[in-house]
Design a protein around this ligand. Structure first.
Ligand code: ZN
Length: 94
């Protein structure tokens, strides 16, 4: 097996390489992330992406303080995320 991991093709035909069990397509995840978190400042978007968070459902599996601790995430970003979560009737773990 190559260093990149196993070759996968997503339902949209994107080819990507992943090790381990997670087979989320990074291209699709990026597009989802842009759609969901596009209102955030760039550094905050990058912070979520670096943490592997691409959706509000994923975000809701984290505690508020975990997200606030991410590099690039600020008070304004947190406020926006809370609003986005509330719109979907989700919330941070308590
Ligand atoms: Zn894809």
């Amino acid at each position: 097996m190559s260093n990149l991991g196993k070759r996968h093709i997503c339902e949209w035909g994107h080819v990507f390489y992943r090790r381990g069990g997670c087979t989320v397509c990074p291209v699709c995840a990026q597009q989802t992330s842009d759609a969901v978190f596009g209102r955030l400042a760039r550094p905050a978007q990058r912070a979520l992406r670096d943490a592997g968070i691409y959706s509000l459902a994923q975000l809701a599996t984290y505690r508020r303080e975990d997200i606030l601790a991410l590099h690039g995430m600020g008070k304004r970003g947190m406020q926006l995320l809370e609003e986005l979560l509330q719109e979907q009737e989700l919330s941070f773990l308590s």
